[in-house]
Design a protein around this ligand. Sequence first.
Ligand code: ASP
Length: 307
Amino acid sequence: MYGIIVHGGAGGTSPLAEEGCRRAAEIGMDILRRGGSSLDAVIAAVRFLEDSGDFNAGTGSVLRADGKTIEMDAVVANSSGMYGAVAAVRDIKNPVLLALALSATTTRFLVGDGARAFARQMGLEDHPGPTPRALERAAQLRALLMGAYRGGTLSTVAPGWDPVELQQYGIIPEGDGALFYARDCDTVGAIGLDRQGVFAIAGSTGGSGLMRLGRVGDVTADGAGHRLGSFGGVLATGVGEAIMARRGAEQVARLIEEMGFAPQDACAHVALKVFPPETDVGFIAMNRNGVGHNANCPMSFHYMTDE
Ligand code: ASP
């Protein structure tokens, strides 16, 4: 078998997101059919989603708590030992290409200003600035927070939200220690297996909406947001802090590798039985026999395989 599976984020779906995942999977599958590498296929798929502006990755990334900054994380890897990751990087259009460029150097993981400087050295394109959708989502989220506060219903804060920072930017009034649950989704990722038998993964995210500056989610955390080996690959999406706390991708990978679960059953078990229903989480996975996908909430995805 060879093929590709793409996700467009846990926590929501739409015809636009499903169409984007389908198109991304087709782009990757075309490369695989022609004998191209799984690495090229997943990078082309994720780059397409980053550039579409319709997902929380690359061009469409959501805004941080200050209401203007975009910070993005991305990872690329293959089962032959290639690896590159970048986190909390600003101002660049395609974090997935930056992670790829990094994999050809002696550094494997670069963050913040250093990652941005490296992108400039590599001549990578600048981010075009927040999309109207990202600005609108930030405004909606702020309004939701303010409204919930005024209505006195704020009772939980999603992991990763920082009440102090939300107060600093005037999103919630000072002195409020309340917690809140709401998040932006649409992170993207792809897993591929090529005709040479090599697996590859690529993941890219703008994080979660209105999160604190410098916050890094699960996408670049091995065992949490991703896991890759000769058994296959796993990618997670959803609330990054919960995925890191429970090492989501590692749990799915172990069921496949050590317990002989099919990817579909492994994704379902971890998404539905390990994570609490109130914490949005989803997984995609692939081994040499097939693909799997499951989430405890809506999640867009698409896969294509062939013999
Ligand atoms: N897991 C991502 C993060 O927390 C967000 C997502 O998957 O939508 O950064």
